[in-house]
Design a protein around this ligand. Structure first.
Ligand SMILES: [Zn+2]
Length: 69
């Protein structure tokens, strides 16, 4: 019973990882409004959902602290 739950959980994690790879392969560049650093979108996020400047770590969110070049 417990192993069924674990298998289900693993499947969800795999599909989430696949989405992350798809998003991180994008070539979109972002620029930080705080430190003006430019970096690829994939560097600014670990989970494909929450975006944060990898240079200063203070600017968050596309269209908020970060903007597309
Ligand atoms: Zn920054």
């Amino acid at each position: 019973m417990g192993s069924d739950i674990l298998k289900l959980h693993a499947g969800v994690l795999v599909s989430m990882a696949g989405m992350q790879i798809t998003k991180q392969s994008g070539r979109d560049m972002l620029v930080c409004r705080k430190c003006a650093a430019e970096f690829p979108e994939g560097r600014a996020t670990k989970d494909g959902w929450h975006y944060e400047c990898p240079e200063c770590g203070e600017a968050e969110g596309i269209g908020d602290g970060l903007r597309r070049v």
